[in-house]
Write a protein of this length. Structure first.
Ligand SMILES: NC(=O)c1ccc[n+]([C@@H]2O[C@H](COP(=O)([O-])OP(=O)(O)OC[C@H]3O[C@@H](n4cnc5c(N)ncnc54)[C@H](O)[C@@H]3O)[C@@H](O)[C@H]2O)c1
Ligand SMILES: CC(C)[C@H](C(=O)O)[C@@H](O)C(=O)O
Ligand SMILES: [Mg+2]
Length: 359
């Protein structure tokens, strides 16, 4: 049966990189028998400009009906003056919450060809393969109360609430342990249990969940140490599971171990494996419109979509092989360019991946 994929290019480089991912999807449809049809809708700043809000009801409805969603990125300076409650980023958060996408998988995998593109020494990152499992629909991103209030003395005070219920921790814990069972059977839960009660409970629940996975080794690390260890000796990690905000920060950090934030894809999944797929980076206003953005994180997100939501493991692997192949050919966008390699723009990189699908 033909599967439906909703495309949400969004803003800035989102438009340029999704265009390259679509080329790959089309090639898989035309030449490799992928039964898929796509539809495009508005989210983020593009939706604000067209409809007045970052997540039109129609977009959410189309996302619910689709088998999978591919998102580019949202946001940009144009919409920063708006109230935070109606900014482009709210569209993305609304999709995650509205679709129940609580498990965000962010694989930090180093393609060996890029060992010298990382800012860390090649021997520190060679062979790196970490899966960051980020809780995505709870924590301080969604906790109530939140806002900016005026105190009696006239001073304004900003406040947000970090909150996790046991069931929220348990389900992301299970997601992480299930993934670890298919990998090297090690889970490191990252928290701040020495200071925050909320993550003291997080740790307690992780220990409880671990009892159902006797083969998996659970360790705990405070987030400040984890940030340091990721740079000191990143290969010590297999699966890292953490809160919404810590996962946001640590995944951007981990992306640089792989050469560039332009290399890191993600899958955001609900309880049934339905998902939204997106690069972890943003709309990159500093390079938007120049045709220089790296489309590989988005193309690799398509691979994750084929694997996790469309049941097409062989085609997912075909995309990943094609990415490796173009790196073998020495093609590099500016963010991963090093001496002796060929610098190419967004479209040429996308075309090269399409051509390499045949290999
Ligand atoms: N998922 C999302 O939609 C998402 C994620 C992060 C940030 N944002 C939004 O994006 C806007 C810009 O945020 P930011 O600048 O903090 O983060 P960013 O990820 O957009 O950019 C950070 C830096 O990385 C570079 N970069 C990012 N993606 C790249 C790519 N594919 N190829 C080459 N270089 C790349 C950018 O040029 C920039 O120098 C903000 O509005 C923010 O809220 C959206
Ligand atoms: C744009 C923003 C809401 C988003 C987040 O913080 O989750 C982004 O940084 C990400 O990593 O997907
Ligand atoms: Mg982020």
């Amino acid at each position: 049966m033909t599967k439906k994929v909703l495309l949400l290019p969004g803003d800035g480089i989102g438009i340029e990189i999704v265009a390259e991912a679509v080329k790959v999807l089309q090639a898989l449809r035309n030449d490799y028998g992928l039964a898929v049809e796509t539809e495009t809708a508005l989210v983020g700043g593009a939706a604000i400009d067209a409809t007045g809000g970052p997540l039109p009801e129609e977009t959410l409805q189309l996302a619910r009906e689709a088998d999978a969603v591919l998102l580019g990125a949202v946001g940009g300076p144009k919409w920063e003056p708006l109230d935070i409650s109606i900014r482009p980023e709210k569209g993305l958060l609304g999709l995650r919450a509205g679709l129940g996408l609580f498990a965000n998988l962010r694989p930090a995998l180093l393609y060996p060809q890029l060992a010298s593109a990382s800012t860390l020494r090649p021997e520190v990152v060679a062979g790196l393969d970490i899966m960051i499992v980020r809780e995505l629909t709870g924590g301080i991103y969604f906790g109530q109360p939140r806002g900016i209030r005026t105190l009696e003395n006239g001073e304004r005070q900003g406040f947000n609430t970090l909150v996790y219920s046991e069931s929220e921790v348990e389900r992301i814990g299970r997601a992480a342990f299930d993934i670890a069972m298919k990998r090297n059977k090690r889970v490191c839960s990252v928290d701040k249990a020495n200071v925050l009660e909320c993550t003291e409970l997080w740790r307690e629940v992780m220990i409880r969940v671990a009892k159902d996975y006797p083969e998996v080794e659970l360790s705990h690390m405070y987030v400040d140490n984890a940030a340091m260890q990721l740079v000191r000796a990143p290969k010590q990690f297999d699966v890292m599971v953490t809160t919404n905000m810590f996962g946001d920060i640590l995944s951007d950090e981990a992306s640089m171990l792989t050469g560039s934030i332009g290399m890191l894809p993600s899958a955001s999944l609900d309880a049934d494996g339905k998902g939204m797929y997106e690069p972890i980076h943003g709309s990159a206003p500093d390079i938007a419109g120049q045709g220089v953005a790296n489309p590989l994180a988005t193309i690799l997100s398509v691979a994750m979509m084929l694997r996790y939501s469309l049941g097409e493991e062989a085609l997912a692997a075909r995309i990943e092989r094609a990415v490796s192949r173009v790196l073998d050919q020495g093609l590099r966008t500016a963010d991963i360019h090093t001496e002796g390699t060929t610098r190419v723009g967004t479209a040429r990189m996308g075309d090269a991946v399409v051509a390499a699908l045949a290999d």
